[in-house]
Write a protein that binds this ligand. Structure first.
Ligand code: BGC
Length: 412
């Protein structure tokens, strides 16, 4: 508390010289790297220096491992892409800088949608600044393939399977996906929303209700998920999410179920989201919006120059200009209230409209797959069970429901 007034001065004063920040993130695919380049160039335009600490690996698992070792060696970067429960856990351990003084002084709270403010707060303190809101429950489909084969886009999982069978018969991979636990969990989450519905999703993942985890709806959801094994690429093992998107772009595969970071990849490859590749709610999930809020947290520092650099970065991230430029490339939508969506693509506009509607109707749901709904240990336990289940052709849905409940219980 003693440092408080000083910290505020350091945070709010204008740059005396070039500020330097080291920023850890896992935005390394083609589209993601373009989004980071946008951030770097806005940072450089302020006369500052960016030290990139990029760790490959969708889902961020490797990035988090590296971050832990740096923090344990008392040498964390000034800033890191930390989100959801992971953010709350780091905050709970006392590693992160409290950004509340800046938020209060600069009037940020009025500019953050309620979901954003809640997700970024720990015991009432703001622990990170948002960079964008990703929607997770999307179905992407290659329009040319659908037109050529005269197929109708599926709006529920029965239709999905029917379409997938026809695609397969024509030699097209129905579903672009790799066997990584987190990619499979994104797919599972979409099935849980579409087959199980909102109440099921809330009970199973937010409340972790034992009866729901082992009940008939869960068995049905798991069976449907397992059925989708029949439609994955031959190169499923080790396929990265952006390589899967590549298969979708070329028409080697017809569909992908993934968050809208896919869109960054499409644009980077000159494919038009909403035109060459259609964006639809994942089957059965129209009206629902499962969100993944990306955010940057600041690690505690003593050096006034570092404090100042963090403050400047936070301020930049909160500008409407940055939020527009970055999210248009990243595939997400700005995480500020009433963003100007004029220059965004069709899918982003749909995402924003659906976000507003879901806010109103109470169907805005934290994504379990993206670490927004459960503590990190629980998410990891769920991913392990789902990964083993999907990768084993003979696994039973009934037994897996019990494994899932047990794994969640022991992760608590
Ligand atoms: C992050 C996104 C990122 C995606 C794939 C997600 O966990 O929130 O920003 O694009 O992983 O790397």
């Amino acid at each position: 508390m003693k440092l408080f007034p000083f910290a505020i001065v350091a945070l709010l004063s204008l740059p005396a010289g070039a500020s330097q920040v080291e920023v850890l993130h896992w935005w390394t695919s083609g589209g993601e790297a373009k989004a980071v380049a946008e951030l770097k160039s806005e940072w450089a335009a302020l006369g500052n220096q960016w030290n990139d600490f990029a760790i490959q690996g969708g889902g961020g698992k490797s990035a988090m491992t590296v971050l832990k070792s740096r923090a344990l060696a008392a040498n964390p970067p000034e800033a890191a892409h930390l989100k959801g429960y992971e953010l709350k856990e780091w905050a709970g351990l006392g590693f992160l800088r409290d950004l509340t003084p800046m938020a209060e002084h600069l009037g940020w709270y009025a500019r953050l949608p309620p979901m954003v403010r809640d997700t970024l707060s720990q015991n009432g303190a703001l622990m990170a600044v948002p960079t964008g809101i990703h929607r997770v429950n999307w179905l992407w489909l290659n329009r040319k393939v659908f037109e050529r084969l005269e197929l109708t886009p599926p709006t529920d999982w029965n239709q999905f399977v029917a379409v997938a069978e026809q695609l397969k018969a024509q030699g097209v991979t129905p579903l672009a996906i790799g066997n990584e636990g987190w990619q499979l969990t994104v797919l599972f989450e979409a099935v849980a929303l579409g087959e199980g519905g909102v109440d099921f999703y809330r009970k199973a993942f937010l409340e972790q209700d034992e009866a729901t985890l082992t009940g008939p709806d869960m068995v049905r959801v798991l069976s449907r998920f397992h059925q989708l094994r029949a439609y994955v690429p031959k190169s499923f093992v080790g396929l990265k999410w952006h390589q899967a998107t590549n298969q979708l772009e070329t028409g080697e595969a017809a569909m992908q179920v993934m968050g809208d970071w896919v869109k960054g990849e499409l644009s980077a490859g000159n494919y038009r989201p909403g035109e060459d590749v259609e964006c639809l709610p994942s089957p059965g999930s129209a009206g629902l919006f499962s969100y993944n809020l990306d955010s940057i947290a600041m690690f505690k520092q003593r050096d006034p120059a570092q404090l100042q650099a963090q403050g400047e970065l936070a301020r930049l991230l909160m500008t409407p200009h940055f939020q527009q430029a970055f999210n248009r490339v990243k595939g997400s939508i700005p995480a500020l209230v009433e963003p100007d969506m004029k220059r965004f693509d069709r899918c982003a506009i749909k995402s924003y409209q659906d976000f507003k509607a879901a806010e109103q109707s109470g169907t805005l749901l934290p994504s379990m797959a993206e670490g927004m709904a459960t503590p990190t240990n629980t998410r990891q336990a769920i991913m392990d069970v789902l990964g083993n289940f999907f990768n084993d052709g003979r696994a039973s849905a009934e037994l897996t429901a019990h494994h899932l409940a047990r794994a969640i219980r022991s992760a608590r």
